[in-house]
Design a protein around this ligand. Structure first.
Ligand code: SF4
Ligand code: SF4
Length: 160
């Protein structure tokens, strides 16, 4: 739990743009429905103790909110949106690459990482480095990375 809170600290004040990007899209990423949720890190539901917590098809839990939350308690997935730290284990250690999450493409107008605040990108990387020191969070990051790579391949095959 402390590891999650340390990861949060990097992202308490930073957002994808230096200005409020929610003004461009009417905060589209907070406008899900009862079937759309944000994936939680292992045990993150004990911090994000609001909304409706469900299990997804894997081992992960998801949170379905009503579009409003206490900023201090917003989940890691919301803090790093629309990015994800692609994490792989190599013989030299853990490799982390920050990329746009392909699941965000239908929601978020920020479709080029170059337009984002470098401090935000750096904070996502630092937060992931902290998470990767714990084997459960490392599992989450590497498994999600595999899933995102599959989504990218599928999109490419379908020319999406
Ligand atoms: S959808 Fe993208 S641009 Fe809109 S508020 Fe969320 S992160 Fe910002
Ligand atoms: S938990 Fe908070 S930040 Fe995340 S989608 Fe819901 S309202 Fe938005």
């Amino acid at each position: 739990m402390n590891t999650i809170k340390k990861a949060y600290e990097y992202l308490n004040r930073l957002t994808p743009l230096k200005i409020d990007c929610g003004k461009f899209c009417n905060a589209a990423c907070c406008k899900g429905d009862e079937n759309t949720g944000m994936i939680l890190l292992p045990n993150e539901e004990f911090i994000c103790d609001f909304g409706n917590i469900k299990s997804d098809t894997d081992r992960n839990k998801i949170i379905i909110c009503n579009g409003e939350c206490d900023r201090e308690k917003r989940p890691y997935s919301c803090r790093i949106f629309p990015l994800f730290p692609y994490t792989t284990q190599t013989k030299n250690g853990v490799k982390i690459e920050i990329k746009i999450d392909p699941r965000a493409a239908n929601v978020c107008p920020l479709n080029d990482i170059k337009m984002m605040d470098k401090n935000f990108i750096r904070a996502v990387r630092r937060s992931a480095k902290i998470l990767a020191t714990d084997k459960e969070y490392l599992r989450f990051l590497t498994e999600t990375t595999s899933l995102l790579k599959e989504i990218e391949q599928l999109k490419s095959l379908l020319n999406l």
